[in-house]
Each structure stands twice: as C-alpha cells, then as structure tokens.
Write a protein that binds this ligand. Structure first.
Ligand code: FE2
Ligand code: FE2
Length: 121
C-alpha cells in the first residue's frame, strides 16, 4: 500500500538541498556554501544509510555505493576548485541537478516508500 502524501524527515532534508541549489544558481557560491553542502550531504546520507540498515532495505548496498560516489565527486570538486567563478558554479550546479534527477527522484523515492510502509518512519 502506498502512502505518498506524508512528509517524512527525508523529504524535509531534500528540501534543504533544493534551497542550496537555488543559492548556487543565484551565484551565491563561496567557501561557506560549499562547506554547508558537504556537511548536509554527510548528515543526510548517514541518516538514510542508518534507516536502510535498520529496515534491511533490499537495495542498501547499491544505494550506499551511489552515496559514496557523490561523496568522492564532491570532495574532488572541493579539492580541485581554485575560485568560485561562473565555470565552477555551473559545474557544481549541473552535478547537483543530475543528482536530483537521478538519485533523489529515483532511488530515494523507492526508499521513501519503503520507510513509509515500515514501523520506523
Ligand atoms: Fe536522499
Ligand atoms: Fe540516497
């Protein structure tokens, strides 16, 4: 049974990422926002991973691999950047938009449905 109208912690955390992307698209990119993004991702991924393990979610390994790929790509962007110019900002914005389409609207939705139908939401 599907329960899609309920708002759970996962949705609220995804909202934070939408806001960060808006700031980046609005050219507000500096070291502070990068740090926020990094901390946000780490906290959010850790929480999703804890739930997946606790609930024995069938796609856990694959989902964690996707998080790890994001973690390492973001880290290398942080290490490689020289200045927050338009090229950098655009690359970061594209990277996050791809993540939205491919991960948040994809596998995270499957996880959401699983959590909503579990006793631990
Ligand atoms: Fe997520
Ligand atoms: Fe995820």
């Amino acid at each position: 049974m599907k329960k899609t109208s309920e708002l759970i912690w996962q949705d609220k955390q995804h909202q934070v990422l939408f806001e960060l992307i808006d700031q980046i698209n609005g050219k507000e990119v500096d070291a502070r926002i990068f740090r926020q993004l990094f901390e946000y991702a780490e906290n959010h991924f850790t929480m999703e991973e804890e739930y997946m393990k606790k609930l024995d979610f069938p796609g856990t390994k694959k989902h964690i691999r996707a998080h790890n790929k994001f973690r390492s790509e973001l880290k290398s962007m942080m290490q490689d950047y020289k200045s927050y110019d338009d090229i950098f900002r655009q690359a970061l914005s594209e990277f996050l938009s791809e993540w939205l389409k491919g991960h948040i609207f994809g596998v995270d939705k499957k996880l959401e449905e699983f959590i909503l139908n579990s006793p631990y939401k």
